[in-house]
Design a protein around this ligand. Structure first.
Ligand SMILES: Nc1ncnc2c1ncn2[C@@H]1O[C@H](COP(=O)(O)OP(=O)(O)O)[C@@H](O)[C@H]1O
Ligand SMILES: [Mg+2]
Length: 258
């Protein structure tokens, strides 16, 4: 089982969209995939549950008391158009996550709660995707401890790289290595944005070998699918944007050997 954390402390760069559509793609390729929502805003939860808001057990319960609520209790089949998506499971979140995490500050090994829980299901899944919140909180540190690879979306907004150096510093610190396994890709890519693309290329040049060759193009159907609470794969099976996720999945499979 390989754990991929989709991380960037900036909001709106496409973390959740990537978790949804990459998850659907991995599942389609027969990988037993689990998507875990670590953002109390619960966008991933809503989409992959087919629009639900209430759950008996969420990742919040697990962080609150893993003894009482092991992660297996919080895993449900992912749904689209009232049908289970084969090979795709969801661990939902809820709005209380941030508060519960703060209260766990007194727990010993509090940054390893997720890591330990994932260890209990390592034979049940091939790949786990962690949809991280837009901050470097204790939730994100749990994701960092658990991840084999960090997938970092950057968008066309020229300021999105400002935080990248900070993020890489945090990853190095948590992982206690300068050789962090991360991969950056461009999201919401638009060929016509020459100025922004040149700027991004220049910045990303320094990350030799860490930039994926796949860019996910800006596509209206991607946003529309999220609004109607579905992965693109079921919302618009003929969409050309699916090719981007297919090639993203392929590159990642090669990098982490899923
Ligand atoms: N490639 C894309 N093309 C079009 N819209 C996108 C694309 N990626 C993300 N979006 C839209 O951008 C917004 C922010 O994306 P989201 O995945 O929620 O970001 P994050 O999780 O990093 O905050 C959403 O409305 C989403 O539908
Ligand atoms: Mg998000």
């Amino acid at each position: 089982m390989k754990v991929i954390a989709i991380i960037n402390q900036k909001g709106g760069v496409g973390k959740t969209t990537t978790a949804i559509n990459l998850g659907a793609q991995f599942a389609r390729e027969g990988k037993r995939t689990l998507a875990i929502d670590l953002d109390p805003q619960a966008n991933l939860t809503v989409v992959l549950s087919g629009g639900q808001f209430e759950f008996d057990t969420t990742i919040t319960h697990v962080f609150d008391s893993a003894k009482k609520y092991p992660i297996t209790e919080a895993i449900i089949p992912a749904m689209a158009a009232e049908q289970a998506i084969p090979n795709l499971s969801l661990c939902p979140t809820d709005i209380r996550l941030s508060r519960v995490i703060e209260q766990s500050l007194t727990k010993v090994h509090r940054e390893r709660i997720l890591l330990k829980q994932l260890d209990t299901i390592k034979d049940d899944f091939d790949v786990v995707l962690l949809d991280c919140p837009p901050n470097l909180s204790l939730t994100s540190v749990n994701a960092m401890m658990a991840a084999d690879l960090f997938l970092i979306p950057v968008d066309g907004g020229s300021f999105s790289l400002n935080g990248l150096a900070d993020l890489l510093d945090a990853l190095e610190e948590v992982k206690e290595t300068e050789d962090v396994n991360f991969a950056v890709f461009r999201n919401e890519y638009a060929k016509t944005n020459k100025l922004i693309n040149n700027f991004l290329d220049e910045q990303l040049n320094e990350l030799d070998g860490k930039v994926l060759s796949t860019s996910v193009r800006r596509t209206e159907a991607i946003g529309q699918a999220s609004v109607s609470a579905e992965p693109l794969l079921t919302y618009k099976p003929g969409s050309t944007a699916l090719n981007d996720y297919k090639s993203l999945a392929k590159e990642l499979i090669a990098r982490v050997n899923v």
